[in-house]
Design a protein around this ligand. Structure first.
Ligand code: CAA
Length: 392
């Protein structure tokens, strides 16, 4: 009986809806026409591509999974996953700029926010007028999220924030920062609070802008708080609920990173496939060598499997069931597929893969972060192990 119930919860097949097909075609066209041609320049100059954000806003996708009453498009998680994949195929920087905004900032505001907070923060985010960022990690705590030391002391109707946060995607470019801070260190994870901090708040400043291996246009920096007042109306949920907000947010965020990893892997594969048909060696094009054919076949098999795991997690999210394990499966597998397959794609290009004349070296550099942010591969294994061992 228990097996039958769990099988019932696992969709084995699906078809893309017309809406999902349309969103893929639309975003593919924009991303390939507009974002792909400038991706190398964005990477080279570490430049935040604001014009890409403006185009996403003009295309009405900044609030894609949120109801229309908040300015969203009311589409499902699979559509969101498809958008992130298509963006990553063209420009990984743009995909993370988008996913940090949607999954890591707008989503928790939608889930935990009051109607007033949704109107105040979510509506302009869905319209693309405001950009979001998520601030959990600190110089001394990444995987151990509960060890956050940034403090929030309630004084009257304001929290006073002190401390710093690291690795903030959308860094200096964002408008709203979802900050997880400690109200009482003795309570450990049960002392955390989630606050929306607005850029320009007193005592809020930016630290080092990171010089990164990949996703170099995405503006990653440290943010600093020195006696920064945050109105109590900016608290999501209640005091002590911050860890839950962070964990639930990351469950959704991990599907975004899995989608990004699928996009990076597929984008690199597409370049390698095209190159293999053009490049000749020993009197024939290299796609006629079985060594290359097998590499391409193995890679596409893994990419398809990663995509299905990602869709599986998206479908679980839309069904409203707990999807932490499914998200961890997808992120773990897809990010490792992206890493090993982009290395193979560089190999197919030989010497040309090692220089910037072709984009595959960028895909390889961009892939690495998918194994690290929003929970390292080791953290995903902890989450999966906690779930699978629970029943033993
Ligand atoms: N949903 C809801 N609640 C959850 C949860 C989830 N997915 N996971 C855990 N919880 C709850 C537990 O039920 C438990 O609740 P109680 O207090 O009621 O008992 C509580 O949280 C503590 O759970 P654990 O004991 O399992 O927590 P832990 O301290 O052992 O941590 C962890 C577990 C999985 C390692 C977690 O700390 C984690 O995910 N770490 C990684 C953090 C991370 O991904 N950081 C990336 C930051 S974002 C980023 O990358 C930057 C960017 O901008 C892209």
């Amino acid at each position: 009986m228990a097996i039958a119930t769990s099988l019932k919860d696992q969709p084995l097949t699906f078809e893309y809806s017309e809406e999902q097909m349309l969103i893929r075609e639309t975003i593919n066209e924009i991303a390939q026409k507009e974002f792909a041609p400038r991706a190398a320049e964005v990477d080279k100059n570490h430049r935040f591509p604001r014009e890409n954000w403006d185009l996403l806003a003009a295309s009405d996708v900044c609030g894609l999974p949120f109801p229309e009453q908040y300015g969203g498009a009311g589409l499902d998680s699979l559509c969101y996953s498809i958008v992130v994949e298509e963006l990553a195929k063209a420009c990984a920087t743009t995909s993370v700029m988008y996913s940090a905004h949607v999954s890591l900032t707008a989503k928790p505001i939608y889930i935990f926010g009051t109607e007033e907070q949704r109107q105040r923060f979510l509506v302009p985010m869905c319209q693309g007028k405001k950009l979001g960022a998520f601030a959990l990690s600190e110089p001394g705590s990444g995987s151990d999220a509960a060890a956050a030391r940034c403090t929030a002391v309630l004084k009257g109707d304001h929290f006073i924030l002190n401390g710093s946060k690291n690795w903030i995607t959308n860094g200096i470019e964002a408008d709203y920062y979802l900050v997880l801070a400690q109200t009482d260190a003795t309570l450990k994870h049960r002392g955390l609070v989630a606050l929306v901090v607005e850029k320009g708040s007193p005592g809020f400043s930016f630290g080092k802008l990171e010089d990164k291996l990949g996703i170099r246009g995405s503006s990653t920096c440290q943010i600093l708080f020195e006696d920064t007042p945050v109105p109590i109306e900016n608290m999501l949920g209640s005091i002590g609920e911050g860890f839950k907000v962070a964990m639930l947010t990351l469950d959704g965020g991990r599907i975004g990173i899995a989608s990004q990893a699928v996009g990076i892997a597929q984008g690199a594969w597409d370049h390698a496939f095209k190159y293999s048909k053009e490049r000749s060696a020993f009197g024939k094009t290299i796609n006629q060598f079985q060594a290359i054919q097998f590499m391409l076949a193995d890679m596409q098999t893994e990419i398809d499997a990663a995509r299905l795991l990602t869709y599986h997690a998206s479908l679980a999210q839309d069904r409203g069931v707990k999807f932490s394990k499914e998200a961890a499966h997808a992120k773990l597998y897809a990010s490792e597929v992206a890493m090993r397959n982009t290395v193979k794609c560089v190999q197919i290009f030989g010497g040309y893969g090692f220089v910037t004349d072709y984009p595959v070296e960028r895909y390889m550099r961009d892939a690495k972060i998918t194994e690290i942010y929003e929970g390292t591969s080791e953290v995903q294994r902890i989450v999966i192990a906690n779930h699978v061992l629970k029943g033993m």
